[in-house]
Design a protein around this ligand. Structure first.
Ligand SMILES: [Zn+2]
Length: 284
């Protein structure tokens, strides 16, 4: 199953930013430290405009996953993303940690983010990327109830979209049980192609990956998919507060230059990739 590519194209690449700003520190790391929040502010005030400029210069429109908290706290920065023609997807209200949510609270927060998205962006989101890339057993049913067409949070494939199924029963001695596949389409991600855990200094984790190592890994993933996965999509997850730092942005620009030196690369928004997905096309 692969994407029906535009004429002359063989591989899609998504460089979609997750525009967390303050919310990742509040939600995922439960921090109200002024130092942590200032890292989010950098993302909104410096990182996002820089990243917009890079994407414009390379002729790329993509999908930004934006918590509604970022839309409310940094409205000008989010308006600039919309004005540049990028898609906005849902990414939680305040980067809440979804796996801990009871069903009623999860549904309330999805309803709230759809309502705020309509109010602040002017249309409903077609897709969802869960904060911190994790979900509950209820998430996909709730997303389908609210009309979402795609999710981009799981890692059950690497370069091809798929209809995700969830593990409904864990049995250590007789094997696990899956749900039926969901209707919404999964655009898979991976921690290995996410800038944040590799490049951010986090308390209790004093290691940061070198830019050279990460650039080599991104190129290797692209090379593999370009040769072996026609009609696939390479999905990086980027964060303006991370990739917008000078040294990291130069790495991203080196990667985009490398990708664009190959013929036949398509940079769709995720919804454009979803619209191009053809379940009947065989892949390898
Ligand atoms: Zn995020």
């Amino acid at each position: 199953m692969a994407l029906t590519m535009p004429a002359g194209k063989r591989l899609a690449v998504s460089l979609g930013p997750d525009f967390d700003a303050h919310s990742v520190w509040m939600g995922t790391f439960r921090s109200t430290s002024q130092s942590d929040l200032s890292r989010g502010e950098f993302g909104a005030e410096v990182g996002a405009p820089r990243l917009l400029d890079t994407l414009r210069r390379y002729g790329i429109t993509t999908t930004w996953s934006v918590p509604t908290h970022t839309m409310q706290t940094f409205p000008g920065a989010v308006a600039a993303v919309v004005e540049a023609g990028h898609e906005i997807a849902a990414h939680g209200v305040w980067h809440e940690y979804v796996p801990k949510l009871e069903l009623d609270e999860e549904r309330r927060l999805v309803e709230l983010q759809v309502r705020l998205h309509e109010q602040l962006i002017g249309k409903r989101p077609r897709g969802y990327r869960s904060p911190a890339l994790d979900i509950t057993n209820n998430t996909f049913a709730v997303l389908e109830e609210f009309g979402f067409e795609w999710d981009s949070s799981l890692m059950g494939r690497d370069f091809y979209p798929y209809h995700p199924r969830l593990v409904t029963e864990i049995d250590k001695e007789q094997g696990n049980t899956f749900s039926d596949p969901y209707r919404l389409l999964e655009i898979p991600v991976s921690w290995g192609l996410d800038d944040f855990p590799e490049l951010e200094l986090l308390k209790g984790n004093a290691t940061q990956q070198s830019n050279e190592t990460l650039l080599a890994r991104w190129k290797a993933a692209f090379d593999f998919a370009y040769e072996r996965c026609p009609g696939g999509i390479v999905t990086l997850t980027l964060h303006p507060q991370t990739i917008g730092r000078s040294y990291n942005l130069l790495m991203l620009e080196a990667f985009i230059g490398y990708v664009q030196s190959h013929d036949g690369v398509w940079f769709p928004t995720i919804s454009e990739a979803v619209d191009a997905w053809q379940p009947d096309v065989t892949n390898h």
